[in-house]
Design a binder for this molecule. Structure first.
Ligand code: BEZ
Length: 211
C-alpha cells in the first residue's frame, strides 16, 4: 500500500554519493526532502538536481536535509554529477541514493508500473522532524518539478506545525494566513494579537504570526 500523510517515513540503509547512510539517523532532528528521479543522464533530471543544488541556502534556512534517489548505481551517479554541476554552474552538495536493488523505490512506492516498469516516477516526500510524512507529490517523468512550490509548501508546513493557522490558496511566506476552524472567534481575538479580519464566520485571516 502506498504511504499516506502521517505515516512514519520508512527507514533504510543505502549507499549514496556521500557515503553509506542510515536514513533516520541521517535525518536527525531536521526536516527531510526525499525525491526520486527516473534516471541518470536524462535532461529534465539534470535540470532538477541542479536547481536543488542551487537552492542549498534556502533548504538550510528551513533546516531541511535533501536527498535524491534513482535506481541507477553509484558509479553512474558519480559519472553524472559533474555534468549536473557543469550545466547548472553549481555543486551537487546533497546525497544521491544508489537504489539499484529498488529497496527505497519499493518502500516508498516510487515505481508506477503503468507509467514505467523500470524507472521511478518523480516522487516527493517531505518528512517532519518526527519522521512522519507531511507531504507527498507525484509528477510524471516528462514534467520537471517546481522547486519554488516545494519551498513554499515547506514554509506552510513549518508554520502550521507551530501555530493554529492554515494557509490559503497561492499563499506565500509573509502573507496573511487563516485561523483554523477549531479556534473560536472569541479565542482567536485573544490569541492573534496582530488582528483578525472576519470575511465569513468560518474564514478569518490574521497576519502571519511568526513575522
Ligand atoms: C528526463 O529526465 O529528461 C526524462 C526522464 C525520463 C523520461 C523523460 C524525460
Amino acid at each position: 500500500m502506498s504511504l499516506r500523510l502521517g505515516d512514519v517515513a520508512p527507514d533504510f540503509e543505502a549507499d549514496t554519493t556521500k557515503g553509506q547512510i542510515h536514513f533516520h539517523q541521517w535525518l536527525g532532528d531536521s526536516w527531510g526532502l526525499l525525491f526520486s528521479h527516473p534516471a541518470d543522464f536524462t535532461p529534465v533530471c539534470t535540470t532538477e538536481l541542479g536547481r536543488t543544488a542551487l537552492l542549498k541556502g534556502e533548504f538550510e534556512k528551513r533546516n531541511v536535509k535533501v536527498i535524491a534517489v534513482s535506481v541507477d548505481d553509484l558509479e553512474s551517479h558519480n559519472r553524472w554529477v559533474p555534468d549536473i554541476n557543469e550545466v547548472n554552474d553549481t555543486d551537487v552538495n546533497f546525497p544521491i541514493i544508489a537504489d539499484g536493488d529498488r529497496t527505497v523505490a519499493t518502500l516508498y512506492d516510487m515505481i508506477h508500473p503503468n507509467a514505467s516498469e523500470k524507472a521511478t516516477v518523480r516522487s516527493v516526500f517531505v518528512i517532519g522532524p518526527d519522521k512522519k510524512i507531511k507531504l507527498t507529490l507525484t509528477y510524471p517523468a516528462s514534467t520537471g518539478r517546481n522547486f519554488n512550490e516545494i519551498l513554499r509548501v515547506i514554509d506552510s508546513l513549518q508554520l502550521t506545525a507551530n501555530y493554529q493557522v492554515a494557509t490559503p490558496a497561492d499563499w506565500k511566506d509573509g502573507e496573511d494566513v487563516i485561523v483554523v476552524p477549531a479556534v473560536s472567534t472569541e479565542d482567536a481575538q485573544k490569541k492573534f494579537t496582530k488582528g483578525l479580519t472576519i470575511v465569513k464566520p468560518y474564514l478569518r485571516y490574521t497576519p502571519q504570526p511568526n513575522k
